[in-house]
Design a protein around this ligand. Structure first.
Ligand code: F0G
Length: 458
């Protein structure tokens, strides 16, 4: 018999979580203006809001915290981090930041200006926010297969080279500061980008003289999928694949809260000395001196260890198999999910799940609220609320998919939790035909509305 995967660690410390009653939850939701971000964590039993900064650190990471060097300049922990980033990514220069969006701010402050166009594969919302804030435009060049949830394409994060070349032909080089490849692609369902595609994007971009940058939040998970799914890659180590992946880029932004296996942090890593010099000034203004960038020395020490642990195959096998386990359970129940199952989350298709809720009443948000009411589980809407309004017309932007994301924190829950989540969602699925009404907005901010929007029952 083939031995199944099992976690390559055992649990040394636990944190209590508490159940609540459906009555409690109905009241708490009303108090939270039907926005799951407004709930207190104590009101949530299983928290799948995000896999960002919510994972568990290892004993090696916790001990690294104790030896962190808190020097303002030239910290040893910075040097350890820089050595690790250079070894894994090959990028020469490192600027730590307090998280991923801060890395975007640092890099984009240097590279992006009014009227620019930044092609990529379904830019993440803060990334798009940082682009649009500078009156530039993000152009989505993801392959069409990504938007058909049944399509089993192994690399649904891939960039469509024809769409990309159209951008390069339509705009002068000066207006396209870089192409951004997001690995894995969060917005289209935690879907990977193949090494072949990354290489082809690099070759095409080189021909037009346009740099390539990575949004690397989940780069190790992307490398795992390359190893598992791409011909000729199965015998390589994750670290070898990462090194090659990054060799096709000019730099990266990183949210260390994902594949850095830490609770806070980010960085920019790059090769171009002039960009580094300018980005250093921005770092000093917004983050801190260039050898700590808004982090404590101990944060950098734990991150250096985390980057190494996250690029080990056994860790990734157990991490991604758990997400797959939940996805398989949901599929067994006939629940419509994005296929193949992504790296960090299962994405439930709310338009198929709740066909009776009108699009204007936010079906994915409605599904998230129903799941919370049912079982105390908190997911997150990846749909019309997240897609925000068109900056010019101020009309709702209806994305191709309306999804409820169930993001699985790293090394945090067991498969019993996965069974509980699947059962909770099945109970909602069994009563889906009775759910005919969604929600309407009572207040929203001008940008990134899903974090703070207020809603009422429609
Ligand atoms: N890029 C991607 C692909 C992301 O998923 C995120 C964050 C960021 C950049 C920004 O990083 O949070 O450290 O500032 N994603 C989280 C999520 C919030 O829930 O998917 P950050």
């Amino acid at each position: 018999m083939k031995l199944p995967y099992a976690e390559p660690y055992r649990i040394k410390m636990i944190e209590e979580i508490r159940q609540s009653t459906p009555e409690d939850r109905a009241k708490w939701l009303k108090d939270a203006d039907f926005n799951l971000f407004n709930l207190k964590s104590s009101q949530v039993f299983i928290d799948l809001l995000t896999d960002s900064g919510t994972g568990s650190m290892s004993d090696r990471q916790w001990s690294a915290l104790m030896t962190g060097d808190e020097s303002y300049a030239g910290s040893r922990s910075f040097q350890e981090l820089q050595e690790t980033v250079q070894r894994i990514t090959g990028f020469r220069f490192l600027l730590p930041t307090h998280q991923g969006r801060a890395a975007e701010n640092v890099l984009f402050s240097v590279l992006v200006k009014d009227g620019d166009v930044i092609p990529g594969n379904s830019h993440f919302d803060t990334t798009k926010g940082h682009i649009e804030m500078r009156k530039a435009h993000a152009v989505d060049c993801t392959i069409d297969e990504a938007f058909d949830i049944e399509n089993m394409h192994p690399f649904k994060g891939n960039i469509d080279l024809e769409k990309l070349e159209n951008v390069y032909q339509q705009y002068p080089k000066e207006q396209v500061p870089f192409c951004l490849i997001t690995v894995t692609c969060n917005t289209s369902g935690g879907q990977p980008v193949s090494l072949e595609n990354i290489k082809a994007v690099k070759e095409l971009s080189d021909r037009y003289g346009i740099p390539v940058y990575f949004d690397s939040a989940r780069y190790a998970e992307n490398a795992y999928f390359i190893k598992k799914r791409e011909a000729g890659q199965e015998h390589r180590t994750i670290k070898e694949i990462c090194k090659e992946m990054f060799s096709y880029g000019d730099g990266m932004t990183m949210s260390s809260k994902k594949d850095g296996l830490v609770n806070i942090g980010g960085f920019v890593a790059l090769n171009n000395e002039e960009v580094f010099r300018q980005a250093s000034n921005i770092t000093i203004i917004y983050e801190g001196f260039i050898t700590y960038g808004g982090l404590a020395g101990r944060d950098m020490a734990a991150l250096a260890v985390g980057l190494d642990e996250a690029t080990e195959f056994d860790y990734l096998e157990s991490r991604i198999s758990q997400v797959e386990y939940l996805g398989a359970k949901l599929m067994e129940f006939g629940i419509p999910v994005q296929k193949p199952i992504g790296g960090h989350a299962v994405f439930v298709d709310a338009l198929k799940f709740l066909p009776n809720v009108p699009r204007e009443e936010y079906p994915a948000q409605t599904l998230g609220l129903e799941l919370y009411k049912e079982a105390g589980i908190r997911g997150v809407e990846i749909g019309t609320l997240l897609a925000d309004r068109d900056p010019e017309t101020r009309e709702n932007r209806y994305p191709k998919l309306e999804l409820l994301r169930l993001a699985i924190p790293r090394r945090t829950y067991t498969n019993n939790h996965m069974d509980y989540i699947a059962a909770g969602l099945k109970n909602v699925y069994d009563r889906r035909n009775e759910i005919t009404k969604g929600y309407k907005i009572t207040w929203e901010p001008p940008l990134l509305r899903h974090f703070t929007v207020k809603l009422e029952e429609a």
